[in-house]
Design a binder for this molecule. Structure first.
Ligand code: SAH
Length: 224
C-alpha cells in the first residue's frame, strides 16, 4: 500500500513515519509513505500556500492552485482509491473505516491548516473527508498520522503476531482484556492465577469474560 501525504509541515510527519511499526512496515515493503511539501508546488518567491478569505472573515484559507498541482501530479502517476481530506466536519474515523482503507492500494491524505482549504478543492478533488474526533486541531498532520497508523497496522504482516492486531479493542466491538507480564508478584500485587495455569482454553474463556465485563462497564454503547 502507498500513502501520499500533502502537508505544509513535512518535518512534523517524517519522524513519525521513521519510527517503530510504521518504519518496519516500510522496511518489509508492505507500506510506502511519501510526504509532499505543499510549498514545493508554489511558484511565487514567498512559497505562499494561503490567502485571505473572500467575504472578509477572520483567518487564512489554503489556496487552490498548489493543492491542484500536487494532487494532479500524483494522479498522473497512478490511480488513487481515495483522496482524503482531514477535517473536523468529516466522517468520524473508527476501526471499521481503518479496516476498509487497509484493503486499498493508493491513498492521498491532504492535511489542512489555518481556517481550512478553499471549498472548491473539497468539491472537485476530495473523495473522502475524515474527522478523528470532535475537537479542533491546528493542522491535519496529527490526523493524517492517526489515520495512517490505524490503517497500516492492520495490514497482514505489519505486526509480527497478526493475531495481536485482530484482538485489539474495538476489532469485535469488545474492549481488550487486561494484560500482564513478569514478575507474577510485584510487591504483593499478583497476576490473576488463571493466566499462570497453562490451561489455554480456560485462559481464552477468562479473557473473553473480562472483555465482555469491561465493555459493559466502560463502553456499554458498543454492545448495542
Ligand atoms: N475552521 C475549521 C477548522 C480548521 S483547523 C473548521 O471549523 O472546520 C485546521 C485544520 O486542522 C483543518 O483543516 C484540518 O485539516 C485539521 N483538523 C483539525 N481538527 C481536526 C479533526 N478533528 N480531525 C481531522 N482533522 C482536523
Amino acid at each position: 500500500m502507498r500513502i501520499d501525504i500533502i502537508t505544509v509541515l513535512p518535518e512534523m510527519l517524517e519522524g513519525f513515519f521513521n519510527c517503530s511499526i510504521m518504519s518496519r512496515a516500510q522496511k518489509k515493503g508492505i507500506a510506502e509513505f511519501h510526504i509532499h511539501n505543499l510549498r514545493d508546488y508554489t511558484f511565487d518567491r514567498y512559497r505562499k500556500v494561503d490567502d485571505y478569505p473572500f467575504g472578509g472573515c477572520a483567518g487564512m484559507v489554503m489556496k487552490i492552485e498548489p493543492i491542484d498541482r500536487c494532487i494532479s501530479a500524483l494522479k498522473a502517476e497512478r490511480n488513487y482509491d481515495e483522496v482524503i481530506f482531514t477535517t473536523p466536519d468529516g466522517e468520524q474515523f473508527d476501526q471499521k473505516m481503518a479496516n476498509t482503507l487497509s484493503m486499498t492500494q493508493n491513498l492521498i491524505i491532504l492535511c489542512g491548516h489555518f481556517k481550512g482549504i478553499d471549498y472548491r478543492i473539497r468539491e472537485h478533488f476530495i473523495t473522502k473527508e475524515i474527522s478523528i474526533g470532535d475537537y479542533v486541531l491546528t493542522g491535519g498532520e496529527l490526523a493524517a498520522a492517526v489515520i495512517a497508523d490505524a490503517v497500516v497496522r492492520v495490514i497482514p504482516g505489519v505486526i509480527s503476531d497478526e493475531q495481536s492486531a485482530l484482538s485489539d479493542s474495538s476489532q469485535d466491538n469488545l474492549l481488550a482484556p487486561p494484560v500482564y507480564t513478569r514478575p507474577a508478584d510485584y510487591k504483593g500485587w499478583k497476576v490473576p492465577d488463571i493466566l499462570l495455569s497453562g490451561h489455554e482454553a480456560k485462559i481464552r474463556e477468562w479473557e473473553f469474560q473480562q472483555s465482555v465485563e469491561r465493555t459493559k462497564q466502560l463502553r456499554p454503547d458498543l454492545l448495542k
